[in-house]
Design a protein around this ligand. Sequence first.
Ligand code: GLN
Ligand code: ZN
Length: 763
Amino acid sequence: MSIPSSSTIGSTVLGYPRIGPDRELKRATEAYWAGRTDASALHDVAAGLRRDTWTGLRDAGLGSVPGNTFSFYDHVGDTALAVGAVPERFAGVTDPLERLFAMARGRTGAPACEMTKWFDTNYHYLVPEVGPDTRLAPGSRKALDEFREALRCGITTRPVLVGPVTFLLLSKPAGGAPEGFRPLHLLGPLVEVYRDLLAELAEAGAEWVQLDEPAFAADRTPEEVTALRRAYDRLASATRRPKILVASYFGELGPALPALAATAVEGLALDLVAGAADLDSLDPAVPGLDRKVVLAGVVDGRNVWRTDLDRALATAQRLVGVAGRVEVSTSCSLLHVPYDLTAETALPGDVVDMLAFARQKVAEVVLLGRALHEGPDAVAADLDAARAVRERVAATARRDERVRSRLDALGPDHYRRGPGDVRAKVQREALGLPVVPTTTIGSFPQTAQIRRDRAAHRSGVIDTGTYAERMRQEIVRVVRLQEDIGLDVLVHGEPERNDMVQYFAENLDGFATTDHGWVQSYGSRCVRPPILHSDVSRPRPITVEWARFAQSLSDALVKGMLTGPVTILAWSFVRDDQPLGDTARQVGLALCDEALDLEAAGIRIIQVDEPALRELLPLHERDRPAYLDWAVDAFRLAVGAVTDATQIHTHLCYSEFGEVVGAIDGLDADVTTVEAARSRMEVLADLGPGVPRGLGPGVYDVHSPEVPGTDELVDQLGAALRHIGPDRLWANPDCGLKTRGEAETVAALTNLVAAARRVRDSA
Ligand code: GLN
Ligand code: ZN
């Protein structure tokens, strides 16, 4: 059965960046927050960005332009407002813009909503809170307003909303909800609200609406799949509604695919990059799919690599005859990639050849759509041109045989240090630290002066020598400060680092960094992930001179500071032409060179940060052991060659360990520092027995400007000692101090040292 072309959708993308090509939204939002401009100025900037996005996508030749992809902060927060899921503490805030900002940033007496990672991406959403008393009802009319606004630009958009089932699966029970309450219990009433929203959109002229259900790309119970089926049966049964496109992404739908195919929704979007496995489940035919438009998500929305158009076309063609109608799309929203490659004027030509940002991916989608429907001959010249670029890429030297043969030559010994208890003994003698030693996680407050110096250096106003001298002055200041405070293990403070990953990317071969490649992380916060495109190696020492200099200033031990391989990968765009584990080992080897040089320079403690270890954990349970294996391997390679007397620390930025405890133990670090203050050291219940070496549970939260009192810190250490002995306990803050002010930092660390001494004396 085929679908009349009038009712199809054309080639499209599932979503688009919204911060503005030049981060206009960030600037406008922050100016508004600071009270420098009013709401109408902010709304003007937003309207301009929306218009440019809609018209740009239409002019690029997409058959359907997504709407409601804009947000002042976060699309999950927007959805909560659209369905009336507003936590009670924000009910008094009536202005919709202010309400969203209040939920995101909190206000006096009303703490902000929790924020957490959007599946396995680096984007963070506001966690909705729902309880039995949440009165779900159509709330903000943002999707409708933006639909009408686009109509006035002459464009009939396809409004995008987070689907009802994913919305509830991402929600948490509101405070006070009874034991056993699950947000999914509200699915019935929530679906009725969606029916109302859909009716309004249909009334306004919407032909299609897109409901995103990425939660079904993760492991789901049969009950949850049944709930999905019921929800869409009910939505599809409405008489006044646009056609419904259900979009899933970040993996395969698995059992949710036949469930959705059996409903009467008109379209399904499949992620055929991360979820290519769904293709194999199409034979025998999935009942119902032949009545639907299926969007083949063949252009990767998560990464910055140019698409292999021939392969993508062949993938899309596999659906022909299986689906009622096939259209080309991105695998997920383009929210996760930067706007436009043509803005990068400093990238080497051979790297540019490898890349496609959002705008380039839209062009790929359009081209593939034409190739699919008009036949490859209709676009032969464009396909040939793309092939020629790919051939150039294939011929460029992404491989570094020296790196590969070094890795091949490594035996198990390079991944293994001496037994932990032996190392502990050697280190106790070599380092001479007191029990409950005090330290910090690495960075010290990044003063306005440091930031100015870095900007001046980047733009050429001060030369490298002057810049280095200023950084050395800062290191002197920070070392003296720590000596005065009386910390046991000092750090150099990381003033020379713009960012813990970008800094290493800039100093390793195999990476490129961009000037404008910004991606939204949350709200107005954007990151510029480096691009890991070729084999990685370390052309010269990176951190060694800074560490050596810092150590030369003090008799106390100064710890060297590296970022671990998993975190470097997690916060970069990583080449997809080889397994991640192979790339991780290359980074591990480069870090191993650095660790050995630090050791040779007299640095006796080296910390390798892995705050992203849990972040990269695959959505599917079955993929996790393999991931943890290579993650642990890469870390062990980085630190495996130093002597037993050199103490290896690692730092992890979160407090829910669950199934990664085994992997953390596998890292085999001598000391592991973690976030713990907010959970009152509860993390040690798992980590204490699970990671039988040194542990530094953070004793105060660095996200708050409040200075913890000495008594409170003594309490925290006391709580920690209920789980582990004093010989294993370290005293340190939760995380780095770079976003804190100077005065509060000094006060907090002074109290921390006092608390550790008190505990030490009584231990
Ligand atoms: N060493 C880093 C710092 O202190 C660690 C940051 C992190 O864990 N995210 O800033
Ligand atoms: Zn941290």
